[in-house]
Each structure stands twice: as C-alpha cells, then as structure tokens.
Design a protein around this ligand. Structure first.
Ligand code: HXC
Length: 285
C-alpha cells in the first residue's frame, strides 16, 4: 500500500520518540519520506535514536531532536516554533510520550497520580494546542495522532492514573476532531495492545510468568510487531487517511475482547477435548 514517498512533503514530531514505539514510528515515518523530529527528556537517548532513524531514512529527509519535558507548556511552545523554522513547516504531531506504573489505587500518592496525568494528559494538551495554534494561525492543514490504550473505555485495575489520563486524551481527540475539522486538522488515536517495549514491559509486565498469563488473553496468541503499529501510524498520518478523523483504531490481536462471557473456553481449555465435550452435549436425534 505504501511507497517510499507516502509521507513526502510532511514533517512530523513524535513525542517520546527516543525509544520504544515512538522510535519505531519515527523510523517508519522517515523511511516513508517524512522529515522527523523526536523529543524526550534525555538528550543522549535522543541522539542515539536519531542515528537509528538516519540509517533507514529516505534521501533528503531531515531528522531533528529536541530535549523537552512535555509537561512544560512554554518549553513545548519553543520546540514547535524551532521545528517550524528548521523544517519550514510542520504537518504532523504524534502524542506518544507517556508515563505509567502499577499500583493499588488506594496507595497512590497525589503526586504519583499527578505525575502520570501531567505527562499523558497535560503533555498531550500542551503539544496539541501549540501545534493546533500554529496550523490555525498559518492556515495550514495537519494531523494529530495520539497513542491511547484499550482500557480508555473499560478502565483497568492497578493503572488508575493512566486510565484516567488516556480517557482524557481520547476525549481530546474526538472533541478537537470536530472543533478543528473546520480548519482541515485531523485528529485520530491508536489503542495498542501488547507491543513489547523496555519502558512499558519493565513497569507493567515485569516477569516472564506475568507475560505468559497476559498473552493467553490475546486472541491471536502473540505480541504485536512494532512494524505493524508503525504501518498503521504511517497510514493515519498520510493523505491516504485524509477523510478519517476522530477515530480510534485498536491494534491488539483481539486482546480487548478477552472479557467475552464464554471466552474462558478458549483460554482455559484445550480445543480438542472441548469440542468433544460440546459434541457430547448435543441432543441425540
Ligand atoms: C507508586 C510511584 C511509582 C510506582 C513513581 N511513583 N513510581 N508510585 N508506584 N511504581 C510516584 C513517586 O513515588 C512520586 O510520588 C511520583 O510518582 C513521581 O515520581 P518521580 O519518579 O519523581 O517522577 P518522574 O521522574 O516524573 O516519573 C514519572 C513516572 C515514571 C510516570 C512515575 O514512571 C516515568 O518517568 N515514566 C515514563 C516512562 C513510562 O512510564 N513508560 C511506560 C509507558 S507505557 P511521591 O508522592 O512519592 O512524590 C504506557 C502504555 C500503557 O503508558 C498501555 C500498556 C498495554
């Protein structure tokens, strides 16, 4: 579906692009012709990540790094201004930077709750509003993609701050998709399931035993490949998706469906004896 020029002429900022899924998306954008900027808190990490992006980019593509904490509204404004100056324009923003940890909700301190909400919800607002203002004031069209989660809808035990913040990001996406549609700005989100990354897995699925149990919930029985998510991001940021806005695309191998009432027959039993049992339950003619 894609060519090396699919994103040609676009410049895209990926927050938290120094590692994990952010870096995978940034690499894929540059490999499909977009200028790419990555931002994050640690300069050294960004520099190393930029080398990886450079190695697979299309000729002529520019790669920039910018050290920033997305919680800092003014610093985000300075970053957007700099990227516009250096690229000439900015067409895309991917809100990927996130924070999360596992904790019983009754034990979370106010500062723990605030830390995650500040990164995920306020950080997304800070980047989206600065980018939106740039687009509106310069009468340009653009696209915002935010990484949410499958538990924005259902909630999830032990990740209360993240669930609250991601639900807010989802609401921001649908709200602005309508409000800013007037300006030709598209906003979409992706809800990823299990894509192994150092940051998320060390915090959320720390042992092999937990990972194996978790995988049992995934209908397709495997984790996602970064390339699969990056391809979806390329599509949503490209003009191929020019009529898609306010949408949330889930990419989780069917994990969100694990709560189906009788799905325990899939996860807890071998299929052959199960089929025999169902056969035995059939009324005899
Ligand atoms: C309870 C915790 C905690 C933990 C931190 N805190 N870790 N509370 N359990 N495991 C509390 C601290 O005690 C402190 O509160 C407050 O949070 C701030 O902690 P700091 O370390 O000072 O803050 P900071 O350096 O800003 O770190 C923010 C962070 C951290 C969110 C806590 O985890 C982080 O930097 N994360 C970024 C990377 C990340 O999380 N990646 C995974 C994203 S995965 P007190 O009261 O003691 O001062 C993701 C996808 C979800 O979001 C979907 C997966 C399927």
């Amino acid at each position: 579906m894609f060519t090396p020029d699919t994103l040609k002429g676009k410049s895209i900022l990926v927050t938290g692009g120094g590692s994990g899924l952010g870096l995978s998306m940034a690499k894929h954008f540059a490999a499909h012709g977009a200028n790419v900027a990555i931002c994050g808190r640690t300069e050294d990490k960004l520099r190393e990540a930029a080398k990886e992006i450079e190695a697979g980019k299309q000729p002529g593509v520019k790669v920039l790094t910018h050290a920033v904490d997305v919680r800092d509204f003014d610093a985000v404004g300075v970053m957007i201004k700099r990227l516009v100056e250096e690229f000439g324009s900015l067409e895309g923003l991917v809100n990927n930077a996130a924070g999360n940890f596992l904790s019983p909700s009754e034990d979370i301190t106010p500062n723990g709750f605030k830390s995650v909400v500040d990164i995920v919800l306020h950080g997304t607002f800070n980047c989206t509003q600065h980018f939106g203002n740039y687009l509106i004031n310069s009468e340009r069209q653009g696209s915002v993609l935010s990484i949410v989660t499958t538990y924005t809808e259902t909630g999830s035990a032990f990740v209360l701050p993240s669930a609250c913040a991601k639900a807010g990001v989802y609401a921001m996406t649908t709200t602005l998709a309508y409000e800013w549609g007037t300006y030709g700005i598209r906003l979409n989100s992706i809800a990823p399931g299990p894509f192994p990354t150092e940051g998320a897995w060390s915090r959320l699925l720390p042992t092999k035993e937990i990972q194996e149990k978790y995988l049992k919930k995934v209908a397709l029985g495997r984790v996602g490949k970064h390339e699969e998510l990056a391809n979806l991001a390329v599509f949503l940021m490209s003009d191929l998706a020019g009529y898609i806005t306010g949408e949330c695309v889930t990419i989780d191998g069917g994990e969100r469906l694990a709560g189906g009432e009788f799905n325990l027959f899939v996860t807890e039993f071998d299929r052959k004896p199960l089929k025999q049992m169902f056969q035995a339950m059939k009324p005899k003619k």
